[in-house]
Every structure is written in structure tokens, then in C-alpha cells.
Design a protein around this ligand. Structure first.
Ligand SMILES: Cc1ncc(COP(=O)(O)O)c(C=O)c1O
Length: 405
């Protein structure tokens, strides 16, 4: 079989693959617990549902403009004004099928083969593969001080004449780190000075805890004219618990948005008009669902952090945002893929291996499920990993017996 170089180079999404494995095990009736999830469990806002239902009832569901409907762009402009205090124009906005597609068309619009893209580790699993899909080279940068907060010195050391873009994701998947405003200011100034694209992936920006707030990139940007190299990515997936609706967007200079729209026009056309209606409903509707999701997550976070703190051998830098904790389990196994497989096989708990996020020895544990799931999942993990645990554990009627050390 003849496969392209890019096709051969791109790996599958391990997070999506593990989700699939989970679904198969669940369908077989296995008592699995998902601590690896990447989506809030709350319902989509009612305003989203009534808006999509109303359009569906017309039975006239047509193509949408390639870069998003007029109404969709208006809603995104409104969202940007509300959350970033910046009024952008419709030509600065593209709506896509998820933040993922907005990111992908942005990268395709700016990258040439052999260009380099820098992003701090740990990082979202899709960045390296998306960059490779453009024939470009991913350059992850691990903070040298052992924290999850990137430092300009580490980033600057990796900048070469091939560096075309830097991707910043704060609050960060998988670490939950919320990067300080001082860092965002430095990176904006650096990118403006060097003429490097700065891609801000803000998909989790409203999900922060304990009074922390995600920095607003527009507080530091000095130039948002046609020379601007800022690309801001966001969407409804996480904030409104609308992952399945697949609506995200990009905000950038008008010329770049036009190029992104040209690319999107040949890939998928505009995002589904039905799903745009739902996203418009969510953005223009009652906003209380964001705060209620955030409060639920803050409670869940407290429970998970307490449980992980009481887990001997586990090292945790507490998350300030998202719905993930990224904990160092290397005292139990330095190979995170093996550890994740072991936990799934022995105690039916799904976690995500840190290796996929650029840090071996860690596990990403989500707190977007219920407190019951968090508690039971951690109980099972402790039982599996602590050599002093009793020999048997009951999951409902099922008896598990330790046949390992
Ligand atoms: C950091 C990050 N960016 C982008 C996305 C993609 O969001 P969407 O579901 O809107 O495509 C995700 C989804 O998990 C994410 O974690």
C-alpha cells in the first residue's frame, strides 16, 4: 500500500482511541470508570437546544457561509467583547467545526514545510500531529524549573530562523495551569517584536478556580491591525458543555481570516448551520450555565486534589483551571502507557498516559465526571497500586483478587 509521508507520520489520537476502548468495555457491561474524559457532563444550555430545534423544524437546512453565518459572527463578536473587552469586526472572525478545525486551518494558512512551531509541555495531544499534517516541525518546550508554567528563557532558547509560530494554551490541557499575566505579556511582546505568530488556544478560559482568572491577551496586544500575528482560538465546546456541537472559531487579521476561509471552503465548507444556531443560542442566551459548570468543577477539583494529596508517592501541582489534574505517578511506574493500561485492565479505571502530553511518568486525571466516580476511581487506583492493600476488592458483585505485587 502506498501511503503519503504525512499520512505515515501522523499518529492516531490516543485520547480518542482510549475513549473508544472505554465505550466498548462499557457496552460489554464492564464496571468501568472514566477518569480520562475531556468533556463536561452537564447538559447544553436550553437556549442552544431551542435555537437548533426551531431551525430544524423549518426543515430547510442548507449550506452555511464558509466562514460562519452573519448571526454566528455577531455572536462571536459579542462573546469577544464580553470576555476580552475588544470589539472585532466580522472580517476578523471565522467560525469552524470545533476549535480543532479553527486551529488546523490557522496552521495550514501560515505554515510551510520545515517551519517550526513551539509550544510548552505538557501540551494538548493534537498540537504535534496538526503541525506534522502541515509538513512542519513540532518543537515542544519543557519548563526547565520542573513546573507547568513556561518561562520565556526556555522558549527563547528554542527559537530559530525557522520558528513560524508559538502556541499557548492557558488554562492548559493537561496540567490545569493558568499561566500568569506577566508571562502572557512577555510572549505577546516577544512575538510582536520578532514577527512570530502567536496562537492563543483559549478553549478553557472561563473554567478557572479559586479566584484565578485566565489572562486576556488583548490586554497586552499593541497592534491588532493587518500586521498582527495574533490568532485567538475559542469555542463553545468546554464553556457551554457543547463538545458534540462542534463549533469553534478563530480571530485574527482580516487577510489571514480570508486565507483560513479559503482553506476551510475546500475542506468542509462552513460548519453546519444547525450547530451554528445552537452555538448562537448559547452565546446570546442566559449565561448562568457557565458559572454553574465552573462551580461544579471547582467542587470536583477540591475532592480530586484532596484524594491525590493523600495518595502516597503521587506528586501533584494543583490545577487552577480546566478539568484535569496532571499528577506524577512515576514512583509507581515510569512508563505512563503501561501504568494506564494496567489500571484499565486490573481495576477498570481509565486515565490518560502523560507520555501523550509530552511528559512521561504522569497521568492525566479528569474531574469532569461525578464526585462518586472520582472517589470510586481513586479508591480502585489506590487498591491496585498500594502493595499493602487487602488482597480482595469488590466492585458490586464482582470480586477482584490481587495477582500482582
Ligand atoms: C487544548 C484544546 N484545544 C482545542 C480543543 C478542541 O476543542 P473542540 O472540541 O472545540 O474542537 C481541545 C479539546 O479537547 C483542547 O483540549
Amino acid at each position: 500500500m502506498s501511503i503519503s509521508l504525512i499520512g505515515r507520520n501522523v499518529g492516531e489520537s490516543v485520547t480518542l482511541k482510549l475513549n473508544e476502548t472505554f465505550a466498548i468495555l462499557k457496552a460489554k457491561g464492564e464496571p468501568v470508570i472514566h477518569l480520562g474524559g475531556g468533556e463536561p457532563k452537564s447538559k447544553a444550555p436550553l437556549d442552544a437546544i431551542t435555537a437548533i430545534a426551531a431551525h430544524l423544524n423549518t426543515a430547510e437546512v442548507r449550506y452555511a457561509p464558509v466562514d460562519g453565518s452573519v448571526e454566528m459572527k455577531k455572536a462571536i463578536i459579542r462573546y469577544t467583547l464580553d470576555h476580552y473587552h475588544r470589539l472585532v469586526e466580522p472580517e476578523n472572525v471565522i467560525a469552524s467545526s470545533g476549535a480543532k478545525q479553527a486551529l488546523m486551518v490557522a496552521l495550514q494558512a501560515i505554515l510551510d514545510p520545515q517551519d517550526e512551531v513551539i509550544y510548552p509541555a505538557p501540551y494538548w495531544v493534537s498540537y504535534p500531529e496538526m503541525i506534522k499534517l502541515c509538513g512542519a516541525i513540532p518543537i515542544p518546550v519543557v519548563p526547565s524549573d520542573g513546573t507547568f508554567t513556561p518561562r520565556m528563557v526556555d522558549i527563547e532558547q528554542n527559537v530559530t530562523s525557522y520558528t513560524k509560530a508559538i502556541i499557548i494554551n492557558s488554562p492548559n490541557n493537561p496540567s490545569g495551569a493558568v499561566y500568569p499575566g506577566s508571562f502572557i505579556k512577555e510572549i505577546v511582546e516577544f512575538c510582536e517584536k520578532k514577527g512570530i505568530y502567536l496562537i492563543m488556544d483559549d478553549i478553557y478560559h472561563v473554567l478557572t478556580f479559586n479566584g484565578k482568572k485566565a489572562a486576556n491577551v488583548f490586554d497586552y496586544v499593541t497592534d491588532f491591525t493587518e500586521n498582527s500575528k495574533l490568532i485567538l482560538i475559542n469555542g463553545v465546546s468546554k464553556a457551554y458543555a457543547m463538545t458534540g456541537f462542534r463549533i469553534g472559531w478563530g480571530i485574527a487579521n482580516k487577510q489571514l481570516i480570508k486565507v483560513m476561509a479559503n482553506i476551510q471552503g475546500h475542506q468542509t465548507s462552513g460548519p453546519s448551520i444547525l450547530l451554528q444556531k445552537a452555538a448562537i443560542g448559547a452565546i446570546n442566551g442566559v449565561q448562568s450555565s457557565i458559572e454553574s459548570l465552573r462551580t461544579t468543577l471547582e467542587n470536583n477539583r477540591k475532592v480530586l486534589v484532596q484524594r491525590l494529596r493523600a495518595f502516597n508517592g503521587v506528586h501533584l501541582i494543583e490545577p487552577d483551571g480546566t478539568f484535569y489534574a496532571f499528577a506524577d505517578f512515576s514512583a509507581y511506574d515510569k512508563d505512563s502507557t503501561r501504568l494506564s493500561n494496567f489500571l484499565l485492565e486490573k481495576v477498570k479505571v481509565l486515565t490518560m498516559p502523560g507520555k501523550e502530553f509530552g511528559m512521561e511518568g504522569y497521568l492525566r486525571i479528569s474531574f469532569c465526571g461525578s464526585i462518586k466516580e472520582i472517589n470510586e476511581g481513586i479508591d480502585r487506583m489506590k487498591w491496585a497500586l498500594d502493595p499493602n492493600s487487602p488482597n480482595e476488592l469488590y466492585i458490586g458483585e464482582r470480586k477482584l483478587v490481587r495477582d500482582w505485587l
